[in-house]
Design a protein around this ligand. Sequence first.
Ligand code: SF4
Length: 146
Amino acid sequence: MVFSPLCQLNGGCMGCCGHDFISKEKTKEAIDKNTEEFALIPEKDERSLLTFRDRAYTSDLRDGVCRNLIKKDGCFLCPLHPALNKKDLRIGHCDVNFLCDTAKKFADWDEKKQQRFTFFIESRKLDNISYSMQMSSGSLLAEFTR
Ligand code: SF4
């Protein structure tokens, strides 16, 4: 499983959890609907989580957003993630090794440049949906390197 420190900034990035995001409002609505559907699961055991996951085909996104992405305490999370389960229940459903171009470039930079990019992100004071959309589109990287 690959990971970048950028995935944890700004309340967590959900840029990998979908594509062709329509708008910030539509993305928020989609996550809210997913969260409502998740709340209807009586048990949060592996079997129920897999039933939740498989209620829609992997490519059947909700306005560009993965139907498994939910919200808890203001942060985004995937209930299938191995950090929350004994197993990685995302396997076979999404590309668990995906890294956006920004995260790949960030990994190649030296510590000073990484720190400058982190400060740059913090200075933008983005909410987590805007941050995610701009990470995913590469627009933050483009602005930083301009
Ligand atoms: S879009 Fe990039 S920064 Fe965001 S979660 Fe994916 S890899 Fe991490």
